[in-house]
Ligand binder design. Sequence first.
Ligand SMILES: [Zn+2]
Length: 356
Amino acid sequence: MTWSFSLGRLLGSELRVHVTFLLLLAWVGFAAYSAGGLPAAIDNLIFVLALFACVVAHEFGHALMARRYGIKTPDITLLPIGGLARLERMPEKPMQEVYVALAGPAVNIVIWIVLVALGAGTPFETFAQIDSPGTGLLDRLAYINLLLAAFNMIPAFPMDGGRVFRALLCLRMDRVKATRLAAIGGQIVAIGLGFLGLSTANPILVLIAVFVFIAANAESQDVALRSAARRVLARDAMITEFHALSPSDTLSTAAQAVIHTTQHEFPVLEDDPGLLGFVTRDRLFAALASDQPRSTSALSVMDADIPSVALTTGLEEVLEHLHKGAPAIAVVTHGGRMVGYITRENIGELMVIQGR
Ligand SMILES: [Zn+2]
């Protein structure tokens, strides 16, 4: 469930509208209608459509700048906080990310300059009457563009300024830490906006605050890993070349396997029915340290509680199993035969190879 619907394609991207963007439009229209009747509502409808166009232009600023770096934008979703251009990937170089982030607000600044050149004024008291028909359309549009640019330059996730902030932090620290800092900033901004919205009885501001908070939180929980994991299947991540133990092997044999391979986990395989469990290096070492006879069966240190997944299971589900503490996840065919397995370590390797 994405809570958004498609409006069609434009300049190579699918344009989608989030339902809450419609709530914003409805609120603006309703406020105008109750203040000045139908003429005011029509006047505001035109304003709202123009605002809609400015938000779309902002997003295409991001999308077209990203295209310069060879990155496609499959879809653009309009949200009350300005919209979200979903780039196929993030630019590798921090400065490219900065340019992509700045391109959106820059479009609003250009629109503002054009409107001012056309004779629009942006007195700051206009904001109080942003939804009233008394103020000229051009003035209100000029103001909202300045506001869109300023709001999006707040240096916190999920605003564009948050991306710029993170890219600059990345010059001094690793990306995960930089993301976390920018996300904490986003949550502080969200709480501030929420208080402002509640104290001025502005439902849109409260809505935006909730949005910003959720988006910032999602970012800090390593969205990159999750989205990468969703696209990768168990069969693409599994280890297929490995050394296996047999049920008759002893601790001594298992110890030899640790020395002669780079594996830390060893599947114990039987012809029928197949996988019995896994012997891990840690448990083996613990058994050897406790002076157990080396002739003891390796089964005594085997972990038999190994979850299994199908070849086409998404890596996200595999990660969940691993988070619950299993040393490895078996990948099995329809017939239940183990064809490979996945460990935390090889998921880490996969992420590095995929550049996440
Ligand atoms: Zn933006």
